[in-house]
Design a protein around this ligand. Structure first.
Ligand SMILES: [Zn+2]
Length: 325
């Protein structure tokens, strides 16, 4: 009951901030029947990004609106928040984008980075790719804001992922040796909603501790999350490819974890074909709430809920030195 009251208070605060910020309050409130459920806040953030804003192509006004939305949410939660601007050239044009960064102190000054890109391609609404990941990140930030986590957490919403991992590449290019040394891991969230199976991946070898600890939580909480079965020798069991924002961190020598939903058992066994029923949905006109809910009833809710539960526990109990049992 106490938890429910706290959530109602959050809803009221969001509504108030919505009025103050000139954002329609109605669109940011959480449906009362959903507020106590894991994944419900993630769903509302996802819907806001994909429908109140729309497709969020890097360098456009919509990407900027999404940046402002994410920033306002982190600030409402009370985090010190920063916008890191960057430019890049593409087809002769200079494009401006940004990363939104929020800092949460923990018991240790050593930090974990949690990231999700907020830009999208122009097709569809970018629901799965990647309003879903940003939604889960914002929900988990909200849940953890008053909890003293073992590590300090840096939440980052990356810009311009779809145009060559621009935001995450820029962020890592600005990290000092000390910062890299101080980072125990990076957890990337990308495309959580539509794939047939939920997965957690990690770095190969000893650096795979994030995946290993995540899989223990999965077992304990009876979540339906697996890891890459390793049917394709190019992507050994438990690992994945370098196609999203975890890649620049991995290159910098930081252990990574990566949450995603897709299907490693179909297509070219490369994790690209997300569903048996409709193939890949990301980067198509079908990346909308209407399509996903009609074709896969209940899937979005199940995925957002499971990933939120997993990421929350992972950040609450993460321990770099613990050995797998
Ligand atoms: Zn993506």
């Amino acid at each position: 009951m106490k938890k429910k009251l706290a959530l109602i208070l959050i809803v009221l605060m969001v509504s108030l901030l919505g009025f103050v910020g000139g954002v329609s309050a109605q669109t940011v409130t959480y449906h009362p029947s959903l507020v106590h459920k894991d994944g419900a806040m993630a769903y509302e953030h996802m819907k806001y990004l994909a429908y109140e804003i729309g497709p969020r192509v890097a360098g456009t006004g919509n990407e900027r609106k999404a940046e402002q939305y994410v920033k306002s949410q982190f600030e409402r939660m009370g985090f010190t928040t920063e916008v890191q601007e960057f430019n890049y050239t593409r087809g002769g044009a200079t494009i401006s984008s940004s990363n939104v960064i929020a800092y949460k102190p923990g018991k240790s000054s050593k930090q974990v980075i949690v990231g999700a890109h907020y830009d999208s391609v122009s097709a569809g609404r970018g629901v799965d790719d990647n309003a879903s990941g940003v939604g889960v990140m914002l929900e988990v930030a909200e849940v953890l804001k008053k909890i003293n986590t073992p590590y300090s957490i840096v939440f980052i919403a990356f810009g311009a992922e779809e145009q060559g991992l621009r935001g995450s590449n820029y962020y890592t290019s600005q990290m000092t040796e000390d910062e890299i040394e101080n980072t125990v891991g990076m957890i990337n969230l990308d495309s959580l909603a539509v794939g047939d199976q939920m997965y957690v991946y990690g770095s190969p070898g000893e650096d795979g501790f994030i995946r290993d600890q995540a899989l223990k939580i999965v077992e304990k909480k009876k979540l339906n999350i697996d890891t890459n079965p390793g049917l394709n020798p190019d992507y050994p069991a438990g690992t994945t490819g370098d196609w999203s924002d975890h890649a620049p961190f991995k290159r910098a020598g930081i252990p990574i974890g990566y949450l995603e939903s897709t299907n490693w058992k179909i297509g070219d066994l490369d994790g690209y074909t997300q569903t048996v029923k409709h193939g890949g949905v990301w980067h198509t006109k079908n990346d909308t709430i209407e399509f996903i809910e009609q074709e896969f009833p209940g899937r979005i809710q199940e995925h957002l809920s499971s990933f939120s539960v997993l990421l929350t526990d992972l950040l609450k109990f993460m321990n770099k030195t613990s050995t797998a049992k």
